[in-house]
Design a protein. Structure first.
Length: 300
């Protein structure tokens, strides 16, 4: 059954509750934290991106450094992100991107642009990498998002190999790409495999391309060098250390405000030092511009 993971307090009053599940694996593979329904399937949403990037790399896409990081990330649409996406396209028309047009998530950039675009969408790095993989492998580019496309089948095999389990469900993510359901335990196990790949190396070295200015995934990786952090829609988060600790979180109501605090708490319970990121172990609740409460983790 899902468990109570976090509560929201305001002036001493418990205002809201976040239920869900969290699993934390030690480098040995043993579960050091297991709370809630960790063997129920979840849709990883954008937590799939590092595995999709690994499949693109396996298919021959010329990904390295920041380009590999943005392929695995959910960028905030800043100009540096757009420039890198255009480089990844390598002369292919922007119209080949099948992610929907979007406003940039970076507020300062949003104030400057005049219309939404595909390259500003947070998934455009992944989509450009998928097109680069199709070009490298001589696969069709027009249909690269079809679940039966060779690239998506390679993603599926990559996910199953790393997680050690069969995909429980195939759905379509918000960007149009297939997303494969895994148990939360399987998702954490897949992250343990990922930390030994060039994808994780790129994410750790270039966290500003995994998210962007002020993005919580980027900030956590900057505060905790060696940690990979990747969030997904509907309250999903994965964290993994270079040593092999891995955490996967699912908040059932889909609200992401508590996921980082939950994930870092689980990582700390595995014995990993998260003190440089201690300000993210809770989230302040404001009233009249002043802190009057917090979103606090309550699971044991």
């Amino acid at each position: 059954m899902p468990a109570l993971l976090a509560e929201v307090t305001r002036n001493g009053f418990v205002e809201s509750l976040h239920h869900g599940s969290v699993v934390g694996l030690l480098p040995s593979g043993e579960a050091g934290v297991s709370v809630g329904a960790v063997t129920d399937p979840v849709l990883p949403r954008s937590c799939m991106k590092p595995f999709q990037a690994l499949a693109c790399l396996s298919a021959g896409a010329p990904l390295a450094g920041p380009a590999l990081a943005i392929a695995a990330g959910s960028h905030t649409g800043e100009n540096r992100h757009v420039e890198l996406v255009m480089q990844l396209l390598g002369g292919l028309p922007v119209g080949l991107l099948r992610c929907p047009p979007s406003w940039p998530e970076d507020e300062a950039t949003r104030q400057r642009v005049t219309e939404p675009s595909r390259v500003r969408m947070n998934c455009s790095g992944k989509h450009a990498a998928m097109l680069a993989a199709c070009v490298a492998a001589r696969w069709p580019t027009q249909t690269y998002l079809e679940p039966t496309h060779p690239l998506q089948q390679l993603v599926l095999r990559t996910v199953e190999d790393l997680s050690g389990e069969s995909v429980a469900h195939t759905a379509i993510d918000g960007c149009g790409a297939p997303v494969f359901g895994l148990t939360l335990h399987g998702l954490a196990r897949a992250m343990q495999g990922l930390v030994r790949t060039p994808v994780a190396d790129a994410m750790r070295k270039f966290p500003e391309y995994v998210g962007g200015t002020g993005h919580v995934n980027t900030v956590v990786m900057q505060l905790l060098p060696g940690v990979v952090a990747k969030g997904g829609a509907e309250g999903v988060l994965v964290l993994a250390t270079a040593a092999g600790h891995a955490v996967a979180v699912k908040v059932l109501d889909g609200n992401p405000r508590a996921t980082t605090a939950i994930g870092l708490t689980a990582l700390a319970q595995l014995g990993y030092d998260v003190s440089p990121a201690k300000e993210h172990l809770s989230v302040p609740v404001l009233g009249g511009g002043q802190v009057v409460g917090e979103v606090r983790v309550v699971f044991q």
